[in-house]
Design a protein. Sequence first.
Length: 336
Amino acid sequence: MEVSSKNLLVDPFGRQISYLRLSVTDRCNFRCIYCMSEEMEFLPKSKVLSLEELYLIGKAFNELGVSKIRLTGGEPLVRNDIVSLAKKLSNLPRLHELVMTTNGALLQHMALPLRDAGIKRLNISIDSLDRRSFRNLTRYGNLEQVERGIEAALEVGFDRIKLNSVILKGKNDNEVIDLVNFARDKDLDLTFIEEMPLGNIKTHQRKETLMTSEKLRNLISSHYMLRPLGEPGKLDGPSRYYGMEGTRTKIGFISPHSNNFCHLCNRVRVTAEGRLLLCLGHENSIDLRAILRNKKANFEDLKRAIVTGLSNKPLSHEFKENHEPAVLRFMNATGG
Ligand code: SAM
Ligand code: SF4
């Protein structure tokens, strides 16, 4: 029996899933201290989805009603042939938007091919504008390289570019206003993400470094008049956005700790090894790679597994008060 092409992706709580975050690799050229530990073991290549498998997953979700796909990782730009995958995905008939989250390090030479391949918008992560602090936060990152990447993306002209920053008390909380000014001067949006307790890290105690969205908002409000742009919505995702007087820049806050946004959740994630994760804060997953590599299974079986899997989507994440890891996988494995 064929799975119908109407949007079948409605979970048991009535939430319609229209957005897929597809991790194309767990590898990265950085080791951000809140995302990874210093010594990471990455997946053997044989366990990572091939480009064709990634495409089939995108196609299956698209046929089931997903209209937006975000390519992420790990660092999506370290994946070989990412441009050809983007080109194929952006041609999916029901896809409204193909977007990407990147650390920007390889953007200088890839911005143009990515835009030509159909990537509409970019999120670029940048947590510091100070060379040394940037290196400390990313362990391997080179700030100038990322800045050149941002410039290249600006020149190429994406529909919109948004910066993402994770602020940690005692590490980069002195740079919040600099980051806001940087975004304003370049006419970019900027979202601050509260650090989430994913994976065991040794560099800092998350409960001590957490900078809540409320603290950041108060800090920015003492410099700029912030105008609320409505409640987080299905289109904008979990960010709560504010306008800044006299600019187009929107400042967003993602607050998994201080503001539970799960009732608006319209997304699922597929990891680089093909696990369909129904919630960032839960371990349960469905092994789509096993279906893709099962010679007896076909494309309809893949779609059926996705639809069936969705019946297990939990109502919400449960990040603990004590900031202990809610799940042991790191964000790079999750597909940020
Ligand atoms: N490598 C790309 C990048 O850094 O933009 C894409 C993948 S990364 C996992 C996606 C986003 O997740 C980044 O903006 C990063 O700052 C964020 N992130 C990683 N670990 C996090 C954590 N523990 N809590 C909150 N955000 C995290
Ligand atoms: Fe790499 Fe992105 Fe994780 Fe930093 S946040 S280590 S750039 S995957």
